[in-house]
Design a protein around this ligand. Structure first.
Ligand SMILES: [Mn+2]
Length: 586
């Protein structure tokens, strides 16, 4: 059943009493049962015909016009976003689903599909009136082998917490799942209860997330499309704040702020601190990062709950005008499966005349999985080399200026050897849309990237770092920082053995740095905002000098422990050789 509708009757505006009720309980009141949920919608819909697109959201004294009027308290497992713990004898099921799906489906199965959620919004968010003639919206949910209850809770939350006159449809797009309950017609049967509001289309072969989303966009009937992952729960009054900026300017893409849903207990928790705002940026290896919103941007707003501009976004959840999305070419069809598409869309939007705003009053819970529970199947065989890096290369070769491309290749030296395919269509699109260059984007939009990730000095060396004494290479062994570096068999593939020394003495591996202290040679977080380091490589003697400690990197002959020792240029255990790797992908 999709009962327990949480989008509720239109009641008296301006009753401050509601406001002071404990926010964690999400009980507004239930006094207004005389008017129905439909009545609130009817009222909003009627007022919609009188408005023009210059309407802005207005902060009001009472509850905002789209706020639910009488949310009923609910009792049961996981209600109000509380954690749910299984009984001891269910541990087997829990473990099994964890290893199959990367999340505890056994736990999810015990929680109502209509469960109530913890209202994590800023208090101020309850007091905005939004235009009532907001654009009709298709919510597009792409899935591949998602857990049944997880997928359907996503759907139920959207149906329950979205004004139905704005919600054109929920469009489920199956990327060729092979789990029995998802492909057997059971899902078609289930969604009949939504009377056409939920639609299902399927791929006839695996296409990957990126292409499947573009397909969903073409198929959708709403004026605006919202993409959600298939393991989400939308929060109270999530959609109107997301639509309002698009309604005013159809080239604005909006992004909800994400809460975490624990993949073991299904507890809903805010990811971010109370009233601090973050926005999406990147480092030069194209890893997605977040940064506290700079004062310069915060100051453009009057209220702390208002949307703010962001250079990019994490990728999973956003809203955009459908025709605009298609006009700018949707996603580059040459991007495969997953990865880099968030940057592609962001650079394209900003450089070609649009903008991206994050919307603090729109909250969506998202389950962070413990691992990717599926492989890329045949899709991965179509390309030689790491798919995600190939995607990044397409994106930066299309949107970066020459200077910025160098930063990427400095950080990911092997990307130069990858075959990114043909990008002439992307370049033509960039010309046709008369897009600005990347320099403009860096100066006007992503100006805070340099605060954390300054321009990269060139590499003096990169490759494997081989010991002069034994036939082994420096290796992180896949550990995260802080961890001791080690040596192991030289495998020639780079990855955890791909070491870079830059012109300012920084020794790096991936996005991390190699430093040293009394315990030994260590993998460390690079100091944000800096690109220099203590290392000096002597091309003649092959020692690696630590300029601060005035000692050299040394391998212990018996224990293989790596540490700093008084320099001895004749000791082969202190000699190191960079061997350039040029991976032959084709
Ligand atoms: Mn996800």
């Amino acid at each position: 059943m999709c009962g327990a509708v949480q989008y509720y009757p239109y009641g008296t505006l301006g009753n401050l009493l509601y406001v002071f009720i404990d926010r964690a309980n999400v009980l507004y009141n239930n006094r207004t049962t005389a008017t129905s949920h439909k009545a609130q919608e009817r009222f909003l819909k009627q007022s919609s015909s009188r408005e023009g697109h210059n309407q802005r959201p207005k902060l009001v004294d009472g509850l905002g016009n789209f706020e639910p009027r009488d949310l009923q308290p609910r009792e049961g497992p996981g209600e109000n976003g509380k954690p749910h713990f299984l009984r001891q004898e269910q541990q087997n099921d829990a473990d099994q689903s964890e290893s199959q799906y990367g999340m505890n489906i056994a736990c999810s199965d015990e929680i109502s599909l209509d469960r109530s959620i913890l209202d994590t919004r800023l208090e101020e968010c309850k007091h905005w009136d939004y235009p009532t003639d907001l654009p009709s919206t298709s919510v597009i949910i792409v899935f591949h082998n998602e857990g049944w209850s997880v997928l359907l809770r996503t759907v139920h939350s959207v149906i329950n917490r979205t004004p139905s006159y704005i919600l054109k449809e929920v469009l489920l797009v199956d990327d060729f799942s092979d789990k029995e309950n998802l492909k057997s017609g059971q899902l078609e049967k289930y969604i009949e209860r939504f009377n056409g509001k939920v639609r299902l289309i399927r791929n006839t072969q695996r296409e990957g997330l990126i292409r499947t989303r573009s397909k969903g966009a073409k198929e959708a009937k709403g004026e605006v499309i919202v993409f959600l992952d298939a393991h989400c729960e939308v929060n109270i009054n999530w959609l109107p704040p997301l639509l309002a900026p698009i309604y005013r300017n159809h080239k604005t893409m909006t992004v909800p702020v994400i809460d975490g849903i624990d993949h073991k207990s299904w507890e809903v928790r805010p990811v971010y601190g109370d009233d601090r705002h973050f926005r999406g940026i990147f480092e030069w290896g194209m890893l997605y990062k977040e940064n506290e919103v700079p004062m310069k941007e915060l100051q453009t707003r009057k209220y702390n709950s208002e949307p703010y501009k962001s250079p990019t976004h994490a990728g999973g959840l956003f809203a955009i005008n459908r025709e605009y999305f298609l006009e700018i070419g949707a996603y580059d069809p040459g991007l495969l499966v997953w990865g880099g598409e968030n940057f592609e869309l962001s650079f394209k939007i900003w450089q070609c005349g649009g903008s991206i705003e994050w919307v603090p009053c729109s909250k969506v819970g998202h389950v962070y999985r413990s691992f990717m529970p599926y492989n890329f199947g045949k899709l991965a065989n179509k390309k030689k080399g790491p798919l995600i890096t190939i995607n990044y290369k397409r994106v930066i070769e299309t949107w970066f200026d020459e200077k910025y491309k160098e930063y990427f290749y400095t950080r990911e030296p092997l990307a130069r050897f990858l075959d990114m395919g043909d990008i002439s269509e992307q370049i033509a699109l960039k010309e046709r849309l008369n897009c600005k260059n990347f320099q403009w984007y860096m100066e006007n939009v992503a100006y805070d990237v340099f605060d954390k990730y300054p321009e990269l000095p060139p590499n003096i060396h990169y490759g494997e770092l081989r010991s002069g004494a034994v036939n082994k290479c420096l290796d992180t062994l896949g550990h995260g920082p802080p961890a001791l570096m080690a040596i192991s068999h030289c495998h020639g593939f780079g990855n955890n053995q791909l070491i870079r020394l830059n012109a300012k003495g920084q020794l790096g591996v991936g996005e991390r740095c190699i430093e040293a202290d009394a315990q030994g040679i260590k993998l460390a977080f690079c100091r944000l905002g800096t690109v220099d380091g203590p290392w000096l490589y002597d091309e003649n003697t092959h020692v690696l000098l630590h300029r601060v400690h005035k000692k050299c990197m040394a391998l212990h002959p018996q224990t293989s422990h790596l540490s700093l020792m008084p320099c001895d240029v004749n000791n082969t255990y202190q000699q190191w050789y960079f061997k350039q790797i040029s991976v032959k992908y084709s």
